[in-house]
Write a protein that binds this ligand. Structure first.
Ligand code: ATR
Length: 271
């Protein structure tokens, strides 16, 4: 039996086991995918012991994505640009890593709002780990990015790292940026259950603007609800979660799995 995992701290609320279990059953694969709680000071020991534990690879989540990159013998170009890994596997006993968050973000947009590709400028709110993967994805696809973050220094640092096509903006300029941005992305935790909403007034957004959120609980965040009321195209964060899992599943278990409405319903039932 092929055994994979998702490791994080804490890990109990992860939807990933439900997602991979669904695909394992659907494709009739003799495999398992379990959530494993790994404390930060145990990460290196856990990763070194993968072969002994009979684990062939897995996902890495908060707070280990950057530390796990350092533990890898090899990482791909996406992981290097983002500075973090979320997907691990072993090759001839060597730990290898990739970051599929950029892929998941783009694949979700392609599936749900393919017209996003005609946008030339994106507003990305937030400058944390998720923002890095999304800025990398957008720049790699020829868009320019405006980064707005509560702590402006983090937006400045991220923009400087990604070069002249990414520029930082202060939080209070968000509304004035909207008319020029074909895509608006929330990468902060604002709007998540129990948190304040992201207080953007979409009044000035163009009618073709696509609004997407990485938050998926609730599935329709206050930002997406506002966008829907204004007739804007919305893309929720559950799609990104599902799509980022595809390359890992294929690597560990051999089938390229499909992201469809049945998987989505299955996950919504586990909220
Ligand atoms: P992740 O890896 O999920 O992106 P992170 O690195 O902690 O997590 O980043 C969280 C992002 O949400 C940051 O952009 C953060 O803004 P700061 O850099 O100013 O901390 C943003 N964020 C979290 N809570 C926020 C709040 N109450 N208001 C505005 N931004 C918030």
């Amino acid at each position: 039996m092929k055994k994979a995992f998702v490791a994080g701290w804490p890990i109990s609320h992860s939807l990933s086991p439900h997602l991979h279990d669904y695909w394992l059953r659907r494709y009739g694969i003799d495999g398992s995918y379990d959530a494993i709680a790994v404390a930060p000071d145990q990460l290196n020991a856990f990763l070194s012991a993968l072969p002994a534990a009979d684990l062939i690879g897995g996902n890495i989540t908060i707070p280990h994505k950057q530390a796990a990159l350092k533990a890898c013998a090899r990482v791909d170009a996406d992981a290097r640009s983002i500075g973090a890994v979320n997907t691990l596997w072993l090759e001839n006993g060597l730990l290898c890593g990739s970051n599929t968050d950029s892929y998941g973000f783009l694949a979700n947009l392609d599936q749900t709002a393919p017209q996003w590709r005609s946008a030339s400028l994106a507003l990305v709110v937030g400058a944390g780990g998720a923002s890095r993967a999304i800025v990398h994805a957008l720049l790699s696809n020829g868009l320019e990015v405006r980064l707005a973050n509560r702590t402006i220094s983090r937006a400045e640092a991220l923009a400087a790292e990604f070069g002249p096509k990414a520029k930082s903006n202060s939080w209070d300029t968000i509304d004035s940026l909207l008319p020029d941005c074909g895509l608006v992305v929330n990468t902060t935790s604002l709007g998540m259950k129990g948190q304040a909403p992201l207080a953007i007034d979409l009044d000035r957004a163009g009618t073709d603007t696509i609004v997407t959120d990485i938050v998926y609980n609730p599935i329709e965040t206050p930002l997406l609800e506002q966008a829907r009321h204004r007739g804007l195209k919305t893309v929720d964060g559950l799609g990104m979660l599902m799509h980022q899992a595809v390359p890992g599943f294929e690597r560990w278990f051999g089938n390229r799995p499909e992201v469809d409405g049945r998987l989505r319903e299955h996950l919504l039932a586990h909220f």
